[in-house]
Write a protein that binds this ligand. Structure first.
Ligand code: NAP
Length: 271
């Protein structure tokens, strides 16, 4: 395992209203979030950067650049080596940062060619433009191949993960390989909120179904990155202090659904 600490993060996909996104990021840092997830594809890196800067320059908010894991992802169309560098520099410009903490291959599609793409990520790590390298939406086979090519250890694998799509195999692989598993769409894009098991567990623990889904994921060693706006941002962060009893964790483990939301064939173009 690398020494990168990856606490519950703020997802930002779909938050492309500049002011709302900047305000949400700034508020999240004030609440205690220390991990923010964006991507070239989300068209909001400038807004995320503005939110970060607002928090860093606010004397009432006790947070500095080094305290926050800022993650972005290189668009699948930009995975040829020259484009990896050029577009990462453009991402940093938009974010207003000298480096990101985690730079992901967003999807292993389009211009992804492992032998060409991955050494370009190594170079960026070597040159300090990113502290760590991550991959997203990889299969175990693609993950193994990437590990063999990269000099830099893979710090994180980001995949869809929530109570209705639990990813036990990738979680076991992450534990064996020593990388973080980051769970995207941890609320099932809203689908988990009215699940009977989650609603029951929430009632028993004086929590909301969203908090239960996030606390369950944290208890399984997965880092959730819920996207939220307004009061959801604070509600979701409270999940870090929610300790669910083993019997409730087990009840969620046993839901047994396989409801994948993000179609791996179509998703590269719309997530
Ligand atoms: P999600 O986080 O599971 O769900 C987001 C939805 O849930 C939004 O509609 C949000 O509404 C709502 N919500 C948030 N907190 C809530 C709460 N406490 N109660 C009720 N509703 C709540 O889905 P996601 O946005 O797909 O995934 C999260 C993040 O993962 C993304 O933002 C992105 O950063 C990342 N992601 C990565 C990939 C990838 O390919 N690597 C793919 C998908 C997503 P409001 O906005 O109104 O709060």
């Amino acid at each position: 395992m690398t020494d990168l600490d990856l606490p519950l993060g703020l997802g930002t996909s779909g938050n492309d209203d500049h002011e709302e996104c900047a305000a949400t990021v700034a508020e999240a840092l004030e609440l205690g979030y220390r991990h923010v997830d964006t991507a070239q594809m989300y068209d909001n890196e400038a807004a995320v950067g503005e939110g970060l800067e607002r928090a860093f320059s606010d004397p009432d908010v006790d947070v500095e650049r080094e305290d926050v894991v800022v993650a972005t992802k290189v668009h699948p169309d930009n995975l040829a080596p020259d484009d990896v560098r050029e577009t990462t520099e453009a991402s940093l410009d938009r974010l207003g940062l000298d480096y990101v903490d985690l730079l992901y291959v967003h999807w292993p599609t389009s211009a992804y060619e492992p032998e060409a793409t991955l050494p370009a990520f190594d170079d960026l790590a070597e040159d300090g433009l990113t502290r760590y390298v991550g991959v997203s939406n990889f299969t175990p086979t693609l993950l193994r191949e990437a590990r063999e090519i990269l000099d830099t250890p893979i710090a994180a694998h980001q995949v869809e993960c929530h109570p209705l799509f639990q990813q036990d195999d990738l979680r076991a692989l992450a534990a064996d390989d020593g990388h973080h598993l980051i769970g995207y769409s941890p609320l099932g894009q809203g689908d988990v909120l009215d699940n009977d098991v989650l609603v029951d567990v929430a009632e028993r623990n004086d929590a909301t179904p969203a908090q239960v889904a996030l606390a369950w994921e944290l208890a399984r060693g997965v880092t959730p990155i819920p996207k939220g706006t307004g009061e959801h941002v604070a509600e979701n962060y409270e999940a870090v202090d929610l300790d669910l009893p083993e019997s409730d964790l087990k009840a969620i483990d046993e839901i047994g659904a396989e409801e994948r939301l993000v179609d791996p064939d179509a998703a590269a173009w719309n997530q």
